[in-house]
Design a protein around this ligand. Structure first.
Ligand SMILES: [Zn+2]
Length: 80
């Protein structure tokens, strides 16, 4: 699950929350004043890319498509 940054409209507190993508736009409770007038702050990774940012996971951070160059079983293209 990604971490989203929220800002409280009531006390201007900023806090981060680990939440689902589907829950991102919901009002989260401010840990400081317990207000629910909070807004998610659009972080750079959320909407930076035009299309490639599929909301799946951060598993493909190494880039290139392969996970380790074919040496592990999950690649499916082992030397054997
Ligand atoms: Zn607050």
């Amino acid at each position: 699950m990604p971490i989203y940054e929220y800002r409280c409209e009531s006390c201007a507190e900023k806090f981060e929350l680990l939440t689902r993508f589907a829950e991102r736009d919901k009002a989260q409770q401010c840990p400081a004043c317990e207000s629910t007038k909070t807004r998610v702050m659009v972080s750079s990774f959320a909407f930076a890319g035009p299309s490639d940012a599929s909301a799946s996971d951060f598993a493909g951070e190494t880039g290139g498509g392969g996970c380790c160059g074919g040496a592990c079983g999950s690649c499916g293209t082992g030397p054997n």
